[in-house]
Ligand binder design. Structure first.
Ligand SMILES: Nc1ncnc2c1ncn2[C@@H]1O[C@H](COP(=O)(O)OP(=O)(O)OP(=O)(O)O)[C@@H](O)[C@H]1O
Length: 313
């Protein structure tokens, strides 16, 4: 668990972070959002003490971070940044093994862990272990960055715009992989992003910052429904909030069993978001879709009325 109590950071006379309080539970995915310069990265870097806070207290599992030595912080907190921060003259394997080596793990154990992580991140060892960062695509390099952050099996992952430089398709793939990883490994994640769709899709807790302060936090769906002010509303998408909410709801939550009517001609997977179902309806000018499972077998139907949340007629 990470707790910030009235934490302030000043750079000279400028207050970058202004008396913020935040609690991130173990296993929770917390996204920090807000306009440029509002203090997101500074907040992240105070947690792993890349930046020392000026006032207040930061605790990990009830202990002040100031009481931890560097080695303990490295072991407990992994850190991923936008341009990966990989060492260009080191191979992928050497980059991934950085923290375990610093922690003086035996060589065999470092090798084993590196191989395990290459596999976990979908990077076949034979192909990738001996490559150099410049021989990787952006998405592959970012995977190596995540593998490196996970190397010493930290409880906490701090991620600063980790997918910011990637094309939308690679970005979506890595977002899904990160979600799977987090579900499997139960890491506590604090994630900084400019991309509201990314934040809404990934976060259990969304934290909106503005001018160094936290102005609202909570579940994404609650913030969408009840933004505290016009700034949060516009940050969350303004008039597009309906679509953003639909992106957070799955077809399976609104579908109905088959009625007496014939199957609808267009299909939608039960896992798809309602926003996609709406798009298919708009595109094909239909008001009913057949819902299918992973094997493309029909399991129900979704009408426009149900999609809109209305009771079926
Ligand atoms: N090392 C530093 N020295 C002086 N001022 C700094 C330093 N780091 C950050 N700042 C200032 O603190 C404020 C918050 O910066 P921070 O990088 O935390 O914002 P951010 O929300 O992460 O922005 P962005 O989304 O653009 O990365 C900014 O005004 C920035 O100029």
């Amino acid at each position: 668990m990470i707790e910030l109590f009235d934490v302030t950071k000043r750079f000279g006379t400028e207050t970058a972070v202004d008396a913020i309080s935040l609690r991130v539970e173990k296993g929770e995915f917390c996204a920090l959002v807000g306009t440029s310069g509002c203090g997101k990265s500074t907040t992240l870097r105070m947690i792993n003490r890349l930046i020392e806070h000026s006032e207040g207290e930061i605790h990990l599992d009830g202990q002040p971070v100031r009481s931890f030595n560097e080695e303990l912080l490295r072991r407990r907190i992994g850190y991923v940044i936008q341009n990966t921060g990989l060492f260009p003259h080191w191979t992928v394997a050497r980059n991934i093994g950085l923290v375990p080596r610093l922690l003086k793990w035996p060589r065999g154990q470092v090798r084993e862990r590196t191989e395990e992580l290459l596999e976990l991140l979908g990077l076949p060892r034979e192909e990738f272990a001996d490559k150099y960062p410049h021989q990787l695509s952006g998405g592959q390099a970012q995977r190596v960055g995540v593998a490196r952050a996970l190397a010493a099996d930290p409880e906490i992952l701090l991620m600063d715009e980790p997918f910011g430089a990637l094309d939308p398709i690679t970005r979506e793939t890595l977002q899904r992989e990160l979600q799977d990883l987090q579900a499997r490994l139960n890491k506590t994640v604090v994630f900084v992003t400019h991309d509201m769709d990314e934040a809404l899709a990934l976060a259990d807790r969304l934290v909106v910052m503005h001018q160094g302060r936290i102005i609202q936090q909570g579940r994404p769906i609650d913030l969408l429904h009840d933004p505290v002010d016009a700034f949060v509303e516009s940050l969350l998408g303004g008039m597009d909030r309906g679509l953003k909410e639909a992106a957070l709801t799955r077809v399976s939550e609104r579908m109905a069993p088959f009625g007496p009517r014939l199957l609808a001609s267009e299909r939608i997977p039960y896992r798809a978001p309602l926003s996609q179902a709406l798009s298919v309806m708009l595109w094909h000018r239909v008001e009913r879709l057949t819902v299918v499972d992973d094997e493309d077998i029909p399991i129900g139907e979704l009408s426009l009325r149900r999609l809109l949340g209305a009771k079926p007629s």
